[in-house]
Ligand binder design. Structure first.
Ligand code: PA5
Length: 442
């Protein structure tokens, strides 16, 4: 099977790339030898191999849920749902009603209307729940799980609900672990040494992906091969080192924003997963490339003007898919009233590819350096490779930047304020302080 390819040459020359050889190799050693900050969160490096012993249990659980449910709700936020949604959206039909069972998501926001609409939809469904939270205490998924668990128990009875709920959480700690033990739910463990945004190849991602009917072994095969390639101390043939070198080079030249670009709407959530991976890993100590994303050609009609002519602080990383899964050919039309006969007989993908090439050239002419990732196809194996490539490059890139890529201290700030405002027990002092601050602002 063909591997994904990374090309830097539209953004920097060979000499510039090679000037980062020692720096990237040193960052890679820090990662693989576990000598850097956050070295207690490196379990993801060996996940594609380590998780194999659990694959058959994950598959059996998924097969059971697939038999029992016409809809499965994945409850989780951040790293606890983005990886699964990225892979499922990329590989399933874009039209929900074509997918059986349908995978839907909750607990990734606090939108009341969303929850109301979801609960209404689930009213006449045989649904199941996969509740994922490493800490087991995150408010958004806990709130959604409370509502959906009660609904399932009311609709199907406590015994059936017990069979249709699976929890993925810490082995011992957290409210979700306590609840799952008391209720007797099936559980999978998120190991201590795997952070949320690096957990897609653990049960966190694999169970929902298997529930969607996708091949988790192929995903792991692709990831295992790319993980080996990206952790090898071979600068010439290591795409993760090239990517880490290229983006840090561009950042140091003042390109502070990286746009991940795709030309297939199915890849939208790959970008969302990537944004969390890089944003939470690198955005620290007032440093870090801002990870943003666009779906082309859609966003060429909204963001294209800015990318072409706005402030020159951008670079693009384009994900290009060589072969789409399906073939659609533009028909001939005798009247040719739309003037499109020049496209007749061509595949839609050929039009898309010319839009892609034309856009890359235009953006480069406009001063936006382009990095390129070529995927041979959209399948499990290639997505496994992409995940491993981005994860290793993220660790290396974070160490090059001088931050701990594996913590996320900044995420706590909003939680503290929210709990204080909601008068959560234990937050009395913070409540008093925030209320004083608000009254002074009035
Ligand atoms: O990457 C991370 O660690 C975070 O984004 C978490 O995944 C997210 O905050 C959800 O946390 P938890 O799984 O503990 O509910």
């Amino acid at each position: 099977m063909k591997d994904i390819q990374f090309t830097y040459s539209y953004a920097l020359d060979n000499n510039a790339l090679h000037s980062y050889k020692e720096e990237t190799l040193s960052a890679l050693r820090t990662l693989t030898e576990g000598t850097g900050a956050g070295n207690d969160f490196l379990g993801w490096l060996s996940l594609p191999k380590d998780i194999r012993s659990q694959v058959s249990t994950i598959q059996q659980t998924a097969d059971r849920l697939r038999r029992q449910c016409d809809m499965i709700v994945c409850v989780g936020i951040g790293g606890s749902y983005l990886g699964a949604k990225a892979v499922i959206d990329a590989l399933q039909s874009s039209f929900a009603y074509c997918n059986k069972p349908q995978i839907v998501y909750a607990g990734n926001s606090i939108g009341e209307d969303y929850l109301y609409e979801l609960q209404t939809l689930l009213r006449d469904r045989n649904f199941g729940i996969i509740c994922i939270s490493k800490s087991g205490t995150t408010t958004e998924p806990a709130l959604a799980f409370r509502l959906l668990k009660q609904q399932l128990e009311e609709q199907a009875g406590k015994e059936v609900a017990r069979e249709r709920i699976v929890c993925i959480t810490d082995a011992k700690k957290g409210a979700l672990r306590t609840l799952a033990t008391q209720e007797g739910y099936d559980t999978f463990v998120i190991e201590d040494n795997i952070g949320g945004r690096f957990s897609v190849l653990s049960p966190v991602g694999l169970l929902p992906i298997a529930c969607a009917g996708l091949d988790i072994n192929a995903l792991l095969d692709g990831a295992e091969k790319m993980m080996a390639c990206c952790t090898a101390a071979d600068f010439e043939h290591n795409p993760a080192l090239h990517y880490a070198a290229s983006r840090n080079h561009l950042y140091r030249q003042g390109k502070k924003i990286e746009l991940l670009v795709n030309y297939h709407p199915k890849l939208h959530y790959v970008s969302e997963w990537w944004k969390q991976l890089y944003g939470e890993s690198e955005g620290k100590q007032n440093k870090g490339i801002f990870p943003a994303s666009v779906d082309f050609t859609t966003d060429l009609h909204s963001m294209g003007q800015y990318v072409q002519e706005g402030e020159r602080h951008l670079f693009e990383t384009v994900i290009s898919v060589e072969q789409p899964e399906h073939k659609v050919v533009v028909p001939t039309d005798d009247a040719n009233l739309d003037g499109l006969n020049f496209l007749a007989g061509k595949r839609v993908d050929e039009v898309n590819k010319m839009a892609e090439l034309g856009t890359r050239l235009a953006h480069m002419d406009g001063g936006v350096p382009n990095l390129l990732i070529q995927m041979p196809a959209l399948n499990e194996y290639a997505l496994g490779q992409l995940i491993a490539f981005f994860e290793v490059a993220c660790g290396v890139s974070g160490y090059m930047l001088g931050v701990n890529p594996f913590n996320q201290p900044g995420v706590e700030a909003y939680k503290k304020n929210m709990f204080a405002l909601l008068r959560k027990p234990g937050y009395e002092e913070a409540t008093a302080a925030i209320e004083k601050r608000i009254s002074q602002q009035r």
